[in-house]
Design a protein around this ligand. Structure first.
Ligand SMILES: [Zn+2]
Length: 122
């Protein structure tokens, strides 16, 4: 017995990983405190309505430019991580331009998702 129980008890509680108290928000479902950027409540699992919607790391502007200039080569699909359909588009010349044109419209209206299914960053 070299370590006394008293010494253990007086150690400060570890604060590593604790979010800043002032930054916490409350879950609208169960009232649990959670980080404002949490995707869902860690206690009840309810989605955090206040969190910014997850968006792709890939930007809207590069995608729309790549699609406009190199759409028939599928460059915009390579850019957002859709390698498989990018190759397919390259081989078919963007579905003879129709497929890449549809992609171009989809990017413009914000319906084009990256390889992880996330909307492009504006
Ligand atoms: Zn909750």
């Amino acid at each position: 017995m070299t370590e006394s129980a008293a010494a253990v008890a007086t150690r400060p509680a570890p604060s590593v990983g604790e979010p800043e108290a002032g930054n916490l928000i409350f879950c609208t479902t169960c009232g649990n405190k959670m980080a404002p950027n949490a995707a869902a409540c860690p206690k009840c699992g309810a989605p955090n309505a206040g969190a910014a919607p997850r968006t792709s790391e890939k930007g809207f502007l590069p995608a729309v430019l790549l699609c406009f200039f190199f759409g028939v080569f599928g460059f915009h699909r390579f850019y957002v991580g859709k390698i498989g359909t990018g190759v397919l588009q390259l081989l078919t010349l963007g579905g003879l331009g129709i497929w890449s044109f549809i992609d171009f419209i989809m990017i413009l209206v914000g319906n084009f998702k990256d390889g992880d299914g996330l909307p492009l960053k504006r």
